[in-house]
Design a protein around this ligand. Structure first.
Ligand code: BGC
Length: 741
C-alpha cells in the first residue's frame, strides 16, 4: 500500500513540476510572440513610465502623454487612478495603438489607497504580521478597485537615522523584523499565493534598492557609504525577504553605494539581484534617477547615463525620458546591443501577462466594484485595528491612563483638531474630509460637555498668542490631553531635519501647562523617533500614535479610554538627544565598553548617557508582565540541531493585555566583531489579567549565520548568549554553545 502511495505522490509531483515548466514555457512564448511584432520604438515605449497629472514627486512632467500612449511610446503610467481615468487611458492603449499592448498603472499605495492605515513605521510597531499583511491586502483591494495594478511598495529600507524623514515609510532599524514585515506586505499586495492574475491583487515593488536608508547626516538623497559586510548583514535582508516572498518589481534608489549610484550599479541590479537572489521581475528606476547620474558625476550627459542604466540592469525609466530620447540612436550607432532592450521588454511584458492584462486590459476597471470596495466597512475596521495596535505607550506614571469616561478633560493642540495630519505622508487617494479628528472622536466618546478645546499653538513657528486661552481652558479640566508633534509635511520624502525635538513652541506650552499641577497626557503624532527627553520630564503619560490613518482619531480615543490596551513596541530607538544618533540596539561592544572600571577612557559621552531614552522593542501596557527565567532544552546547539527556549510570561496587572515577547542572541566571539544583541524571534501573545503563558522559541544554526571574515556566509562555533524579554534592554538571559564541527 505504502509503495502505491509513494508512486502516486511521485506522479503528482512530476505532473505539477511539468505543468509549472510548461506554463513557464507558454508564458515565454507568449511574451516572445508580442516582442517579435514590435518596432524598436514600441519596445522602448514599454521601457518608460510617465507621470499623469496626479501627484508629482519630482520636477518633470511630460507633455503629450495621450499621444505617446497612442503611438506606442508610453507603456506605463504613474499617478493616474480611478476607474474612469484609467479606463480612458487604457482604451487609448488597447484600441488606438498599433499593437494594443495594455498599460501598467502604478501609484504610491504605501499605507493604504483610500482607507489609509497608519504610516508604515507605525504599523511596524504593532509587531503583528497578520495585521500588517491585512493592511497591504486592503490597500491592494482598494487600489485594484480603483484601476491600479502596481504599487511602489513595500519600502523596506532599514534605517538608524531619525533625521531622515523617510524612516516613516519603513519598518524601522531591525533587519530581522524588517524582513518579516517586508514579506508580509508583499503577501498582502500580491496575495498569499502570488496570483497576480487575481484582479484584487497588485504588483508589489520593493524599494529603494539599495541601502537608501543610510544617507549621511540623515539628509535625503545624500551619499551612502558602508562596509560590504554591513550592507549584506544589516541592510539587505528585507529586500531579500520581499523577493523571496515573490515581489515582481524592484525600484532602484537615488543614492550611491560605494561610489556608484544604484541606477548604474551592475553589481546590485544584475549580479546580486538577478543572479544571486534569483529575481525574475522588472527593475524600474526611482523618479528621474537616470538623469541624476549626471549630477552624481558618473555620467557626462544623460545619454551616457541611460547607457549605464540599461547595462546595469534597469528595465524601466521612471519619468526621465532618457530611454525614450537616446536608446534607439545608441542601438543604431552600435553602442548598445538590442538584445539588452529585448530582455528588458520581455520582463515588462511578462509582468503584464502575469497580471492578466492581455486577457482583459479592463480587469481593474469596474465602477460597481470600485464603489463597493472603496471605504468598505471591513477596510475601515482593519485600519482601526492596526491603528490601535501600532500605538506605543511610552510613559504612564500613577496610571493616569486610561482616562475615565465622564472626566472633564482639556484637549489642547493644533494636531488634535486636524484630520489631514492623521494621514501622514503618501496619503495616496486618502480623503481627510471623510474623516473625524481626534478631538471629534474624544468628544463623541466622552460627551461634548466634558471636553474643552484650545489650539494653544501651531506645530511650528513661535506664535504664543494662543497660550493664555489654552491655559484658561486647561484650568477647567481634571486632566489635560496635549496633542503635539510634527505636522504631516515634516516626515516623508524630502523632509530631513537637523533637530529631532518637537518643533515650534509646543514644548514651551507643555511647560506652562505643567505649572497648573494637573495630570498631563501627551499624545504624540510624528513620523520619526524624536528627542522626548524634556517632554518625558514634564508629562505624566505619553502615547506615541504616529500618523494613525483614516481611523486614527477613533483609535487614539479608544486607547486613551482603555477600550484597547496599548501593545505597540518601538521599532526604532528613541535617543536621549540627537548627539547619540546613530543609536541602535545591535551596536558592537567596542574595545572600551562603558561598563569598564576606568572612569574616563571608555566609549561614552561626558554629557549624556550611552543608553537611549526608549530602547528598541520598548512599549508599556495598562497591565504589567512578569517573565520567568529561560528554560533551554539543551546547552549545546548541534550543526543540524534545534534548541527550544521557553519562557513563561504572566500578566500581573488588572487588565487583559498583549505582549510582544522578544528573543535576542549574542555571538560572543566571532572571526569579525558581532553585535551585542540581534533579534532572532518574537511572538505577540494575549494574556487575560492573572493569566500565564509559556512561549517557546526555536533556535536553529541558520539563525546564527553572518558574513564571516572571508565573506562566506555561515555560522561559527562558540559561546552565545540568549536573551528574552519585553524589549531589547530588559531581558532574561542564559547561554548556549555551538560545538566545533
Ligand atoms: C520616491 C519613490 C516614489 C516615486 C514615485 C520618488 O520621489 O523616492 O519612493 O515611489 O517618487 O512617486
Amino acid at each position: 500500500m505504502k509503495k502505491y502511495i509513494l508512486i502516486l505522490l511521485s506522479i503528482i509531483l512530476i505532473f505539477s513540476c511539468t505543468k509549472k515548466i510548461s506554463t513557464k514555457v507558454q508564458l515565454n512564448q507568449k511574451v516572445d510572440s508580442v516582442l517579435n511584432l514590435m518596432t524598436i520604438d514600441e519596445k522602448i515605449g514599454q521601457m518608460v513610465l510617465y507621470a499623469s497629472d496626479g501627484d508629482v514627486t519630482g520636477s518633470k512632467i511630460k507633455s503629450g502623454l495621450v499621444e505617446d500612449i497612442r503611438n506606442g511610446n508610453c507603456g506605463n503610467i504613474l499617478n493616474a487612478y480611478s476607474v474612469a481615468y484609467t479606463r480612458k487611458l487604457q482604451k487609448i492603449a488597447v484600441e488606438e495603438s498599433r499593437l494594443k499592448i495594455p498599460l501598467l498603472f502604478g501609484y504610491d499605495v504605501i499605507h493604504g489607497h483610500k482607507t489609509i492605515f497608519p504610516i508604515s513605521l507605525g504599523e511596524s510597531a504593532s509587531w503583528d504580521m497578520e495585521a500588517i499583511e491585512k493592511g497591504a491586502r486592503v490597500a491592494a483591494i482598494e487600489a485594484a478597485a480603483s484601476g491600479l495594478n502596481w504599487t511602489f511598495a513595500p519600502m523596506v529600507d532599514v534605517s538608524v537615522e531619525p533625521r531622515w524623514g523617510r524612516v516613516s515609510e519603513g519598518a524601522g532599524e531591525d533587519p530581522f523584523l524588517g524582513a518579516k514585515i517586508a514579506a508580509a506586505r508583499v503577501r498582502g499586495f500580491q496575495g498569499k499565493d502570488n496570483n497576480l492574475a487575481d484582479s484584487l491583487t497588485i504588483l508589489a515593488c520593493v524599494k529603494h534598492f539599495a541601502a537608501y536608508g543610510a544617507p549621511q547626516a540623515g539628509r535625503d538623497y545624500n551619499t551612502v557609504d558602508m562596509s560590504h559586510r554591513v550592507f549584506l548583514d544589516t541592510y539587505l535582508p528585507p529586500y531579500k525577504a520581499a523577493i523571496e516572498a515573490g515581489a515582481m518589481s524592484v525600484m532602484t534608489s537615488f543614492n550611491e553605494l560605494d561610489g556608484i549610484p544604484s541606477t548604474a550599479n551592475k553589481y546590485l541590479l544584475t549580479d546580486l539581484l538577478r543572479s544571486e537572489m534569483g529575481f525574475k521581475g522588472l527593475v524600474v528606476t526611482d523618479y528621474t534617477s537616470i538623469n541624476e547620474m549626471v549630477n552624481h558625476g558618473v555620467a557626462a550627459n544623460e545619454a551616457q547615463a541611460g547607457l549605464m542604466a540599461i547595462k546595469a540592469g534597469v528595465d524601466m525609466d521612471m519619468q526621465g525620458e532618457v530611454y525614450f530620447k537616446y536608446l534607439k540612436k545608441q542601438v543604431e550607432d552600435g553602442m548598445l546591443d538590442e538584445k539588452l532592450i529585448d530582455d528588458a521588454v520581455r520582463r515588462v511584458l511578462r509582468v503584464k501577462f502575469l497580471l492578466g492584462l492581455f486577457d482583459d486590459p479592463y480587469r481593474y476597471c469596474n465602477e460597481a466594484r470600485e464603489k463597493r470596495l472603496i471605504y468598505a466597512p471591513e477596510h475601515l475596521e482593519a485600519a482601526l485595528d492596526v491603528a490601535k495596535k501600532s500605538m506605543v505607550l511610552l510613559k504612564n506614571d500613577n496610571q493616569v491612563l486610561p482616562l475615565k469616561k465622564g472626566e472633564k478633560i482639556a484637549v489642547i493642540g493644533e494636531l488634535a483638531a486636524s484630520t489631514r495630519d492623521l494621514l501622514g505622508s503618501w496619503k495616496a487617494a486618502g480623503d481627510w474630509d471623510f474623516m473625524k479628528s481626534t478631538l471629534e472622536e474624544i468628544k463623541a466618546f466622552n460627551g461634548d460637555k466634558n471636553v474643552f478645546f484650545a489650539e494653544g499653538c501651531k506645530t511650528s513657528g513661535d506664535d504664543r498668542s494662543g497660550f493664555s486661552l489654552a491655559l484658561s481652558t486647561a484650568r477647567k479640566a481634571d486632566k489635560i490631553v496635549l496633542v503635539i508633534g510634527e505636522n504631516w509635511e515634516w516626515s516623508g520624502e524630502a523632509a530631513s531635519r537637523t533637530s529631532i525635538q518637537i518643533p515650534g513652541v509646543q514644548t514651551e506650552l507643555l511647560e506652562k501647562l505643567k505649572a497648573l499641577n494637573k495630570p498631563i497626557v501627551v499624545v504624540l503624532m510624528n513620523g520619526r523617533p524624536l528627542d522626548l527627553s524634556r517632554e518625558n520630564q514634564l508629562a505624566d503619560a505619553m502615547l506615541e500614535t504616529w500618523y494613525a490613518g483614516t481611523m486614527g482619531g477613533k483609535a487614539i480615543t479608544q486607547v486613551l479610554y482603555g477600550e484597547y490596551n496599548p501593545s505597540g513596541k518601538l521599532t526604532m530607538t528613541f535617543p536621549v538627544n540627537l548627539g547619540q544618533v546613530p543609536i541602535y540596539y545591535y551596536a558592537k561592544n567596542t574595545g572600551r565598553p562603558i561598563y569598564l572600571e576606568n572612569p574616563k577612557y571608555k566609549s561614552r559621552y561626558i554629557d549624556a548617557p550611552n543608553d537611549p531614552l526608549f530602547p528598541f522593542g520598548y512599549g508599556l501596557s495598562y497591565t504589567t508582565f512578569e517573565y520567568s527565567d529561560i528554560q533551554l532544552s539543551a546547552n549545546e546547539l548541534k550543526p543540524d540541531g534545534e534548541l527550544k527556549a521557553n519562557v513563561t510570561v504572566k500578566n500581573t496587572g488588572k487588565y487583559d493585555g498583549e505582549e510582544v515577547v522578544q528573543m535576542y542572541v549574542r555571538d560572543l566571539v566571532g572571526s569579525v566583531t558581532r553585535p551585542v544583541k540581534e533579534l532572532k524571534g518574537f511572538e505577540k501573545i494575549t494574556l487575560k489579567a492573572g493569566e500565564s503563558k509559556t512561549v517557546s522559541f526555536s533556535i536553529t544554526p541558520d539563525m546564527l549565520a553572518f558574513h564571516r571574515l572571508d565573506m562566506s556566509y555561515g555560522t561559527e562555533p562558540g559561546d552565545y548568549k540568549l536573551f528574552i524579554g519585553g524589549n531589547s534592554r530588559d531581558v532574561k538571559e542564559t547561554t548556549f554553545t555551538t560545538p566545533n564541527p
